[in-house]
Design a protein around this ligand. Sequence first.
Ligand code: SAH
Ligand code: SF4
Length: 379
Amino acid sequence: MTKTIETEGLKPSIYGLTREQLIAWVIDHGAKKFRAMQIWDWLYKKRVQSFDEMTNIGQAFIEQLQATFVLNPLQQRQVQEAKDGTVKYLFELPDGMLVETVLMRQKYGLSVCVTTQVGCNIGCTFCASGLIKKQRDLTAGEITAQIMLVQQYFDDRARDERVSHVVVMGIGEPFDNYDNVINFIKTINDDTGLAIGARHITVSTSGLAHKIREFAETGLQINLAISLHAPNNEVRTSIMRINRQFPIEKLFEAIDYYIEVTNRRVTFEYIMLSGVNDLPEHARELVALLKDKKKLVYVNLIPYNPVSEHDQYSRSPKEAVLKFYDILKKGGINCVIRQEHGTDIDAACGQLRSKTMKQDQADTKPFDAVTVGFEAKIK
Ligand code: SAH
Ligand code: SF4
């Protein structure tokens, strides 16, 4: 059984309830639906930081809320702000585990990348997150709280900016924590709350085919990204062992089903690893793989972020990336070369966390809670 914070005897966060679930809880506790709407409003519109600030809720009901839930389950342990405006947060969970969240400043708004698990069991050979086996799933409340704390960071600095986009691309495999991730998406998407538009939310999966099918049926209009990273089974299995369980044929059956049900476009992520998957023949194979759905796919070529433990990989040279891009374009495939963010901080998934864990192990002193909120020096 996966450990959850509830099994540890800790109170769950109220951010873990969707609006429907909050209404059900409130009615169950003897109050009317409008009470739930008031609480929802305090949480997501006024964004209070304690239950006591909910001034139109009676004291007895506040006490019931406090006896059942915590509001914010995360503590900010480090913040790094890069020159390009990228901000990276290291948060501590109630059981002391660490997760990271990244805010990217894009032309179109503020985009947050959230973490869904502590570690990841998929074990892709190029990824820093996969170095740590999954310790546990994050609860829906812990995922939503990442958005709330990033928003609070901007609220506190009186920067009149709203988190407008969310990518579920931090540590963890979101479809291996499916129910919590879906609840999180429903909560941030709710138009009476944070109201982050479905088309501004992207979830990325390493390709759990059965979950892609389930996801197709939710009716959520959010964007789906698939970590493809290779055009054939041989290369894909060598870098993503999940490809043994869900080889390209099975994965594409699920993707075809998703496209058929939703009529939505799918993004394919493709990390450019020098000499591994970046040759012209790989590009030609990719064109062949995607040719029957040209209008409905988008390929994102991603520069590899070097991970010191994975020194067998290096970043593809610029010429190789441009050549690859060119072959895709000529083959009629929509394609972009993704820009990097926060290269002067540890912006690749899992990097800040794994570095901090190493420092902690090296430290003789145990972690001191006073360092919460400390601004890390930018490299
Ligand atoms: N587990 C999910 C989502 C988190 S990973 C998934 O794999 O899709 C988000 C993206 O970052 C994935 O496309 C992943 O392959 C990519 N990624 C992992 N390690 C990377 C690295 N070192 N450099 C660049 N991208 C990386
Ligand atoms: Fe897990 Fe995604 Fe990293 Fe693979 S790339 S190990 S699925 S987080």
